[in-house]
Ligand binder design. Structure first.
Ligand SMILES: Nc1ncnc2c1ncn2[C@@H]1O[C@H](COP(=O)(O)OP(=O)(O)OP(=O)(O)O)[C@@H](O)[C@H]1O
Ligand SMILES: [Mg+2]
Length: 271
């Protein structure tokens, strides 16, 4: 069998919009099964980097490969999961939590296949994992912003992707739910899924994300242990997230208590 290719490989890659490069000359290799935080100030290019991996921002120079294929060439889209930044679920359609999460599962199956029992179980497990089992049949539009974020996380989890890219999954999510998410991601990582998580709040995820990449002004300025990222000069000014955190403290909140695999209460029978 051929050796597993890296989950992500950038070589001298520039990524941007139109012909304007935002991320420049980036080299990054993430092996299958790694769990990596992407840190950096507002506007530094973190989302652009994530979008470049999904074919949503243009690769302007160099090479970007995802799961061994040039970006955009991957045949099974369901192998890569994505939780976009800021977006909550569109309120336009009166979809329930179950329906929105099931769409994530369909991405894996192809739109023409029907969900079977295993799929329905995966949907239920994903919703339970984000603590919304009791809201399964609620219209998504009736949930709070933070709950809607968690629905999007569940939608990505339900597809059981090989590579899961999350852009600030904990933004606007309360600390109990962040801790629960850390537990979920810990299990997902332990099962071998590669994680790339853009975050301003690595603290709650510090037990899961061991490696960090810092992006500053479109350049990767640090790539190493997450614990070392807070000492970087670029690592200390990240309180523009509206939390009212006092400035002058180290960034990324590594000073927060580390989460040790909180128990996720299974709420589905047999889970
Ligand atoms: N669709 C777009 N078209 C053109 N420029 C864009 C687009 N999206 C982002 N940019 C620019 O790219 C730069 C980096 O933005 P990006 O969203 O990648 O930053 P970020 O690191 O994710 O910031 P934040 O922490 O605020 O989410 C910014 O200068 C932004 O104005
Ligand atoms: Mg962003």
């Amino acid at each position: 069998m051929a050796p597993t290719p890296p989950a992500i490989r950038l070589r001298s890659a520039s990524i941007g919009y139109g012909d304007v490069a935002i991320v420049r000359d980036a080299d990054l290799t993430v092996a299958a099964g790694e769990a990596v935080a992407v840190l950096g100030s507002n506007g530094s290019g973190k989302t652009t980097l994530a979008r470049g991996l999904l074919g949503l921002a243009a690769v302007l120079d160099g090479e970007v490969e995802v799961l061994g294929a040039p970006v955009g060439r991957l045949r099974e889209r369901g192998r890569v999961g994505y939780v976009p930044q800021r977006h909550t679920v569109s309120g336009a359609a009166p979809a329930t939590v179950r329906e929105v999460v099931a769409v994530g599962r369909l991405a894996r199956l192809g739109l023409l296949r029907r969900l079977g029992a295993a799929d329905r179980r995966a949907v239920a497990d994903a919703v339970a994992a984000v603590g919304l089992a009791d809201r399964m049949d609620s219209p998504v539009a009736s949930l709070s912003g933070g709950q809607q974020r968690r629905v999007l996380v569940a939608r990505a989890l339900a597809a059981e992707p090989e590579l899961l890219i999350m852009d600030e999954p904990t933004a606007g999510v309360d600390s109990a739910s962040q801790d629960a998410l850390a537990g979920v991601l810990g299990r997902v990582a332990a099962a071998g899924t590669t994680l790339l998580v853009v975050t301003h709040e690595a603290g709650p995820l510090a037990g899961v994300l061991r490696r960090a990449v810092i992006v500053e002004s479109g350049r990767i300025t640090y790539d190493g242990p997450l614990a070392g990222a807070q000492e970087e000069p670029g690592g200390g000014h990240h309180h523009a997230d509206g939390t009212g955190e006092p400035t002058g403290r180290p960034g990324y909140r590594l000073d927060q208590p580390t989460v040790t695999a909180p128990s996720i209460r299974p709420r589905t029978p047999g889970a």
